[in-house]
Design a protein around this ligand. Structure first.
Ligand SMILES: Cc1ncc(COP(=O)(O)O)c(C=O)c1O
Length: 455
């Protein structure tokens, strides 16, 4: 197939038009952003909000299901869905009802007492993901941090192995890429690393079993922390047999395996772990499971749970480093129970995946007809396009395909026409309320963006 190259000066002209249209359409958001500068770091409640295309973020007025409305009263089909935090849709009714019941009718957002909801959620997570024993956190980051600590405690080994260009939240050990000699070095921009990354971390490319074997042979790795498919540098799918190799090699070298299902939850009700029949020692998750209320969780194999509970040197109850005051609070477990029990159900995942398949086919068709060297990859309810073809095999290949101008152009083009993609990804996620017509609306706008770009 012949492919065409992007005309960069045309792209710059189009980008300038889209930036002007964005500024013109959102005066209230622009004013609110300017007014917030003095007392918020970077002028935003969370600094990554500055990565939104267009120079300032849109301020939220209201959101329901697959729709958000900004303070300039413009409504969008929301494919960003809080970067997975709102995968259940915005304010899904059963979750809202459970929150109101807990907070208003019964009372008690957080107390030093368990509620019945927690055991129900533990059993449901076990049904979906496999590990039988669960504990709660407030974020996926904390789930990963505490899972890593437990793994170190049990194995008596110091290091974590991760994959180049992974993201697992603000976990110190994970911001690594391979240096020239293969040793871990910090990713550019890593803030205040406590020690040289090579002291805590080994890092390899995804889909490279030989490299994994080489690094595990040092026998100093406690745990492999992985997403079964990378999702934070585009989507990089595992090649056939690769995850079997990972499991075999980790077992062979006495290394524990964490599946971080925070994003790959999109693959189905039990994430990739269930969808692909995986057998990790630990599963971590956060973001979506409580419908947007802060909540995370980690699950342990029975053997691991037994070893931790029996270890007299492991203080998992007080100040041993695996707990949080608000973790497992009554509000977040109530929200988890309602979200898992009534919103992100098995049936909902089937529908969400169907819509994502339609979205993916639409984008794929546009790319093919235009002859662009781009690809789109689907993982259940989630899809993302990348500016390379064939799709990347590793995080580094995917990172090399980044094109910030194209990203900004496509984000602005779509937002100016009523569609929100995930900032700093080209990711679209479907929630139970996302309709086939929403996927088609995106295809139409994406086709127009490509037509304007390619002339
Ligand atoms: C795979 C994965 N794990 C963990 C996290 C951390 O989530 P949080 O920032 O909610 O702690 C993220 C965030 O994007 C993620 O993508």
């Amino acid at each position: 197939m012949t492919t065409i190259a992007i005309d960069r000066s045309r792209l710059q002209r189009l980008l300038a038009d889209e930036r002007s249209a964005y500024a013109e359409a959102h005066p209230r958001s622009a004013t609110a952003y300017a007014g917030a500068q003095p007392h918020l770091l970077g002028g935003v409640p969370m600094t990554w909000m500055n990565m939104a295309a267009g120079g300032f973020p849109l301020y939220l007025k209201r959101a329901r299901g697959a729709r958000v409305t900004d303070i300039d009263d413009r409504e969008y089909i929301d494919f960003a869905l809080g970067d997975t935090g709102a995968m259940a849709g915005h304010s899904p009714e059963p979750t809202v009802e459970a929150i109101v019941r807990r907070v208003q009718d019964e009372g008690g957002i957080t107390a030093m007492m368990p509620t019945f909801d927690a055991a129900w959620v533990g059993a449901e997570l076990a049904r979906r993901f496999g590990p039988p024993v669960w504990s709660f956190t407030l974020t996926a980051t904390d789930a990963n941090r505490w899972a890593i600590r437990l793994a170190r405690q049990v194995t008596k080994r110091p290091k974590v192995l991760v994959f180049a260009y992974c993201y697992h939240g603000s976990v110190d050990e994970s911001f690594a890429i391979p240096g020239p000699d293969g040793r871990a070095v910090a990713r550019p921009g890593n803030v205040g690393a406590p020690v040289d990354l090579a002291e805590t971390t080994r890092v390899v490319e995804f889909n490279d079993a030989d490299a994994l074997e080489r690094e595990l042979a040092h026998e100093d790795v406690a745990v492999v922390l992985m997403e079964p498919a990378l999702t934070n540098i585009g989507i990089v799918l595992p090649e056939p047999g690769y995850l079997d190799d990972v499991r075999a090699l980790t077992r062979q070298h006495g290394v524990l395996l964490i599946n971080d299902e925070t994003h790959t939850f999109s693959a189905g009700p039990g994430g990739c772990t269930q969808a692909w029949g995986l057998d990790p020692d630990l599963v971590t998750i956060g973001k979506a499971i409580a419908g947007g209320v802060p909540a995370g969780a980690y699950g342990l194999s029975a053997a691991l749970a037994e070893r931790i509970l029996a270890d007299p040197a492991a203080d998992i109850e007080d100040t041993g480093g695996v707990g949080g005051t608000l973790a497992g609070n009554a509000l977040s477990v109530a929200a988890m129970r309602a979200t898992l029990g009534e919103v992100l159900t098995d049936a909902a995942f089937a529908r969400m995946t169907e819509v994502a398949t339609r979205y993916t086919a639409g984008v794929r068709g546009v790319i093919a007809r235009a002859g662009l060297p781009w690809t789109i990859t689907q993982l259940g309810a989630r899809a993302e396009y990348r500016f390379c073809a064939p799709g990347p095999r590793t995080g580094s290949e995917s990172a090399a395909a980044a094109d910030l101008d194209l990203d900004e152009y496509l984000h602005l083009y779509t937002v100016n026409r009523g569609i929100l993609l995930t900032p700093f990804h080209n990711m679209a996620l479907m929630c139970p309320a996302t309709a086939s017509a929403d996927a088609d609306a995106h295809t139409e706008v994406f086709a127009a963006a490509v037509a304007d770009l390619t002339g």
